[in-house]
Write a protein that binds this ligand. Structure first.
Ligand SMILES: Cc1cc2nc3c(=O)[nH]c(=O)nc-3n(C[C@H](O)[C@H](O)[C@H](O)COP(=O)(O)OP(=O)(O)OC[C@H]3O[C@@H](n4cnc5c(N)ncnc54)[C@H](O)[C@@H]3O)c2cc1C
Length: 258
């Protein structure tokens, strides 16, 4: 992987690191580029315990759902906030993924990065975090991540996860082709509330629609184009800014649009 990055960088070939793609909007006419996926790279999730503290280490390609199953089976608490997020650990690290129940920056201890110069271990004191963004001091591919957790009775971990899943089900649209929340919440407010106030709930453009259930979600029907979603995103951004004076910033990653 390190050599691949070196070759790509040396030849100025653009590359995209893919997690599970759950936070990406990729242009219909994306110019050719290399995609790096760690889906099949095997760093098995494992936990180690020392002095009551538990460290959970897993490969970046590990699905969060798999990590949640491990926490449930081993009675580990502290990571339940990730339950129901359809990404990989690498994507969650890069996005500082989370909910009101917690976020990656609360639990990340260190990451191993693959760079063109080889493997680099980065501890949390050298990582900066902001809302839905992790700023790593080197460029490359997250290879694995270590999070901290605590021991807990399995039935308590299970209840916490089920409560969060239930809450998500009530709040979020039915599973459909979507990238979840489109915009970051501006300080002190909610993007969904502003979009609704701007009168855009239910707005349709081609195969894309502002969800009736949660206005910060764009849902799509079969055959929708990325350009439909992008057009709707721009419409929301412009309308909310014109009507309410707030510029919403996309949370989803736009690949090949700007
Ligand atoms: C239904 C639904 C619900 C969601 N709910 C939530 C939620 O509650 N909270 C939340 O925070 N997010 C949520 N999301 C958004 C998304 O799931 C998260 O941002 C998730 O962490 C992205 O993980 P991914 O593996 O899919 O990353 P991708 O979408 O594949 O990538 C995201 C970014 O991370 C980079 N990246 C991925 N893997 C690596 C790696 N190994 N090394 C370097 N860079 C990498 C990519 O290049 C890209 O820039 C939701 C999305 C959907 C579709």
């Amino acid at each position: 992987l390190s050599k691949t990055i070196d070759v790509l960088k040396g030849a100025c070939v653009p590359y995209l690191v893919l997690g599970k793609g759950s936070n990406l909007l990729v242009a219909d006419d994306l110019p050719e580029m290399v995609a790096i996926s760690l889906k099949r790279a095997s760093v098995e999730a494992e936990s180690t315990e020392a002095g009551g503290r538990v460290q959970v280490r897993a490969g970046a390609g590990t699905a969060l759902s798999k990590l949640m199953r491990m926490c449930l089976n081993q009675g580990l608490t502290g990571l339940e906030f990730l339950v129901g997020i359809p990404g990989s650990l690498g994507g969650a690290v890069m996005m500082n993924a989370g909910t009101k129940h917690g976020k990656i920056s609360d639990v990340l201890e260190h990451v191993t990065m693959m760079t063109e110069k080889g493997e680099v271990r980065i501890t949390r004191m050298n990582i900066k975090f902001s809302y839905r963004k992790t700023h790593l001091p080197v460029e490359g591919v997250v290879w694995d991540a270590t999070l901290h957790a605590e021991k807990e009775e399995k039935k308590i971990v299970r209840k916490r996860m089920l409560d969060i899943l239930r809450e998500r089900k009530i709040r979020q649209p039915e599973p459909t082709r979507t990238a979840g929340s489109v915009f970051k919440n501006p300080p002190g407010d909610y993007a969904g509330r502003l979009i609704e106030q701007a009168g855009l709930k239910g707005k349709v453009l081609g195969g894309a629609k502002i969800s009736e259930k949660h206005a910060n979600w764009i849902v799509t029907t079969h055959g929708a184009k990325a350009s439909d979603v992008y057009g709707l995103l721009k419409l929301v951004q412009n309308t909310v800014e014109d009507k309410l004076g707030i510029k919403l910033e996309p949370e989803i990653k736009l690949i090949g649009f700007e």
